[in-house]
Design a protein around this ligand. Sequence first.
Ligand code: ZN
Ligand code: ZN
Length: 315
Amino acid sequence: MAVWNTLIELYLSLSADYAKDKQDLAKSMQSKALYVLKSPFEFDSTHALLVCSTKQFTEGLVLLWEKLGMYEDILRFFMDKENELTASNSQTPTGEVRPSAEVSRYLQRYGESDPNLYPLVLRFLTSTPELLQRHTSDLTGILEHIEEGKIMPPLAVVQVLSRNKVASVGLVKPWLLRRISESKNEIDSDRRLIDSYRSETAAKLKDIAELSDPDAPKMFHTSQCSAGDGPLELPVVHFMCKHSYHQRCLGEHETECPICARQHSVIRQLRRDNERLAQQHDVFLAEVEENGFSAIATAFSQGILNVPRDEGVAL
Ligand SMILES: [Zn+2]
Ligand SMILES: [Zn+2]
């Protein structure tokens, strides 16, 4: 409704008129405008933003941006203010909070709902030595937050910090050390996993070699039925996977070991799924776009990249 917009404009114009000699009245006009802005009345937000901006009514601006979820605009507003202040080499007016402190304050308030604000503020606080000096402890907090929430990869953080000579190595040393030792732990555990997979594969290959050698004798030394109902007694069925059963424990036409058949069917299903995935190029591309190299590595591990080539293509 246009009437609310007119009212906001009126309050703010009056406030500007009173600003010189009647401070109290000016303040009360501003709080009236704020009351309308906070209310559920239907006014045009774009117009209200414009009015607050031309009348330099910061409180109103922040309130509107907050209502609209435009948190980045709030931070950028105070960053610009801080930069203007630095450029003109002037002091913060008494009674007002330094804009850079507002940036930190609002980051704490909105960072949770918009994690993209962290990289923005990281860049801002490390743009000049003065800013960094005033906000060293804020920066440490931001780095911790980025690390906890995995908001930026460590390399990206290092790139931001090393783009100028503002941040020193000493400042981020504890953070860097922690990241490096974490990565090292990850690499170590991956290595252990690779080793265990390798030995598992070797054992399987050995089994296969034994099974496919017609001359090698097979030994069956299980004394308990694999179905779990006690000691084996004749007649007994032995499978090559070294599971043995009472004949009565198997179905009449059972030609597969029931225990292994269940595991094999899971593996077969996985393979079928992976083969189907290999045909869905758009899914793969979307995943690569989102997760980059790790998506390719996963696809590789699932054999998705080993699909047989089209016939007729020379290898
Ligand atoms: Zn049995
Ligand atoms: Zn078996």
